[in-house]
Design a protein around this ligand. Structure first.
Ligand code: IVH
Length: 674
């Protein structure tokens, strides 16, 4: 691959991975399977290895995913929570064992093989035997304090006693939800006309991050502990004995562990685990193989994101064969037409599957999928099942290829492919399916979070022409609502209250809710921080938008296009006229505003602060930290291995500060009173 093509591919993969990280870690709503995600990451790693000059210092390959959310106290882990290297290949697994052997200069190494639980990582700290804190992984260094929710997990000990309980210990594990509990909650939601949750892992992730403890208490979460963070004095000397202590201290632990010697025995254990994992109480998507001895673990050490003494071997997705009964086309809120297969129900990875995605017209054509075919469906992890391929030998005679509609099946409008996209889109922004989709999105939990306004109700309101855009929600009256099917006075009153409350939401919720192309939760938060009001954001140019850290050119263009659209502009005017009044973000006041209006760029690795800490510090002093250096940059804060940004700053004559220099600047401006 030549340099230009590689640069282009690296950019594409980087953006995709960041987008999928956001969907997985922050929205708990992934679009692709872990397997497909890992493929993207592997490809990017390979390209970065072969084209080191094109590798970006902030590349997602060098970071663990981040799950930090608003509304929680952030807490620093005493020892960082790392991620694990993973593989789907037996050869790579054997290569791992060989690397370990070289690192330890030994041929016979003891490993522990254990189930890899697909849940939400958590670190629980006990001091003098008492549970004091439970924290999510967050960005690996610090996570969200979810103690209030974690103590509602019945099987998590609130105190531990027995032999050798360390004074301080961080016990690590995974919070998960059982399939039957997941089904129970969804059945209840369906009966109440609320949106159903997608899968147990995401529901568990969403639940531990809820601020409403009454609701958390209604959902049963479970936990398994398997890991050790900080401990003083040392909790154990081997992983095997540590598991024994966990059991003695009454922690729920994995169902089965194997102590083995060398690669062949380890592989055998992995296969045994694969054969039995469907009977486990928790979703198990692989095996984790760890060097047993803690001394040996220390010798091997770790990279910035994963230990060298452990690896996750992930099992391939599960597949099943079933009849494709029908194909229908779903139209999403952005007009994308997605073909969906209606299947003869079949059991896959422990759940019943009756629908699977067919991705898009090109994919369907490539696979030549037809109604009446026997197909192989795959469910990777807990993701939406997909049709993998057709079993052609079993095709009934007389079947004909599926003809993808050229017009929108919902409204009959023309469909088109946007540049660089494979998906067909309905071009009619008034298409009922798009209208419903936009309204559902606006009111969803990651946006305006209007309790009670889910898919079913939106459909009713739209079909009665009571609402057609987001502003209409704020025009709804008591009389409009009580006329609806199964809608009592009380529910109408509650809904109206929830609607009114949402007008005071933080700005990022509104921004995300508008459904601007490319603006997810993270971008909405970045924008809300950079622009104090929607009025200012509406006026922003592409040039000033790309100054905002985290906002790229495509997103900036999407934003400008959105606000230039007349219908959008008048809908937003209406929203504000009807009383929208986003809560103001905290703005530093008084003596703290020493960097008022100043623009900083941070690059490289700082000696003690993380980049986002430095950013927060600058913002707390009223300054702005943006992503790219320009003539308008006041200071570049540069650490070790700073690259292109440093060159650019030097060539533009932008003053350069070290971390110490930044602190000195704060000191001098602060005490000087200037
Ligand atoms: S050990 C230093 N053991 O999978 C990293 N992790 O994909 C120690 N996980 O970050 C992790 N089951 O959240 C370990 N038996 C197990 C696990 C496990 C699930 C999670 C953990 C980890 C992630 C990596």
């Amino acid at each position: 691959m030549n340099e230009t093509a590689a640069a282009e591919r690296i950019r594409f993969l980087t953006n995709e991975i960041i987008r999928h990280d956001e969907l997985y870690y922050r929205k708990a709503n992934p679009e692709i399977s872990d397997f497909d995600y890992d493929l993207l990451k592997q490809e990017l790693e390979e390209l970065e290895r072969t084209h080191p000059n094109l590798a970006h210092e902030d590349s997602p390959t060098g970071q663990v995913g981040e799950d930090l959310s608003d509304g929680f106290q952030v807490y620093q882990h005493r020892l960082p929570m790392l991620s694990l290297d993973n593989t789907y290949s037996k050869d790579e697994f054997f290569a791992f064992v060989e690397r370990v052997g070289k690192g330890l200069r030994s041929k016979s190494i003891e490993f522990v093989v254990e189930p890899k639980i697909d849940g939400v990582a958590v670190s629980v700290t006990y001091e003098n035997g008492q549970l004091v804190r439970a924290v999510t992984r967050g960005n690996g260094a610090e996570g969200d304090d979810i103690t209030a929710n974690a103590i509602l997990i019945g099987e998590l000990p609130k105190s531990i006693e027995g032999s050798r309980v360390p004074e301080i210990i961080e016990v690590r594990g995974e919070i998960y939800m059982r399939n039957d509990e997941f089904d129970r909650i969804n059945a209840e939601r369906q009966a109440a006309g609320l949106d159903e949750f997608k899968n147990p892992r995401n529901l568990a992730a969403g639940t531990v991050k809820m601020l409403d403890r009454v609701e958390v208490a209604k959902r049963q979460l479970n936990i398994v502990l398997y890991g050790l963070g900080f401990s003083q004095p040392s909790a154990s000397d081997t992983q095997w004995r540590y598991h024994e202590s966990l059991r003695e201290w009454r922690f729920p632990v994995g169902e089965r562990f194997w102590k083995v010697n060398g690669a062949v025995e380890a592989w055998d254990a992995i296969e045994q685990l694969d054969a039995m994992r469907n009977d486990f109480a928790y979703p198990t998507d692989g095996a984790v193989v760890k060097v047993n001895g803690f001394v040996e673990q220390d010798i091997l050490g770790q990279t910035s994101k994963a230990p060298r003494w452990a690896i996750a071997y992930k099992f391939a997705a599960e597949q099943a064969e079933t009849l494709l009964e029908d194909i229908f086309i779903q139209v999403g809120r952005t007009g994308v037409l997605t073909p969906v297969a209606q299947l003869k129900p079949t059991t896959l990875a422990g759940t019943t599957v009756s629908r699977a995605t067919l991705h898009n017209a090109e994919e369907m054509e490539r696979k030549d999928v037809r109604v009446g075919d026997m197909v192989v469906v795959e469910k990777a992890g807990e993701i939406i099942p997909a049709v993998l391929r057709v079993i052609e030998e079993k095709r009934p005679s007389g079947s004909s290829p599926f003809v993808f509609p050229i017009t929108c099946p919902e409204c009959g409008s023309e469909t088109r492919k946007l540049e660089g996209e494979v998906a067909l889109r309905c071009i009619n922004s008034e298409c009922p399916a798009q209208v419903r989709g936009r309204l559902e999105h606006f009111s969803s939990r990651q946006c305006m979070d209007i309790e009670g306004l889910g898919i079913a109700l939106v459909n009713q309101l739209v079909s009665r022409s009571l609402i057609s855009n987001c502003a209409d929600i704020y025009r709804l009256t008591f009389d409009d609502l009580v006329g609806l099917e199964k809608f009592a006075d009380k529910s109408a009153k509650n809904l109206l209250e929830a609607i009114e409350r949402s007008q005071g939401n933080e700005l990022w919720r509104l921004l995300h809710g508008l459904g601007i192309s490319q603006v997810g939760v993270a971008a909405a938060k970045d924008l809300a921080k950079a622009y104090d009001s929607l009025a200012h954001l509406r006026e922003a140019s592409v040039e000033s938008l790309i100054e905002v850290e985290g906002i790229g050119e495509k997103t900036a263009e999407g934003i400008v296009t959105y606000f230039n659209n007349k219908a959008n502009a008048s809908m937003i005017d209406d929203l504000f006229e009807l009383g929208m009044n986003p809560a103001a973000p905290e703005i530093p006041q008084g003596d703290d505003v020493i960097f008022g209006g100043m623009i900083f760029v941070i690059t490289g690795t700082l000696p003690t602060m993380k980049r986002n800490e430095a950013k927060a510090l600058i913002e707390s002093k009223g300054g702005k930290a943006v992503g790219s250096v320009s003539k308008k940059t006041d200071y570049l804060v540069a650490g070790e291995s700073a690259g292109s940004k440093l060159f650019k700053a030097e060539s533009l004559g932008v003053p350069i500060l070290s971390e110490g220099g930044l602190l000195a600047l704060i000191d001098s401006l602060g005490s000087g009173g200037s």
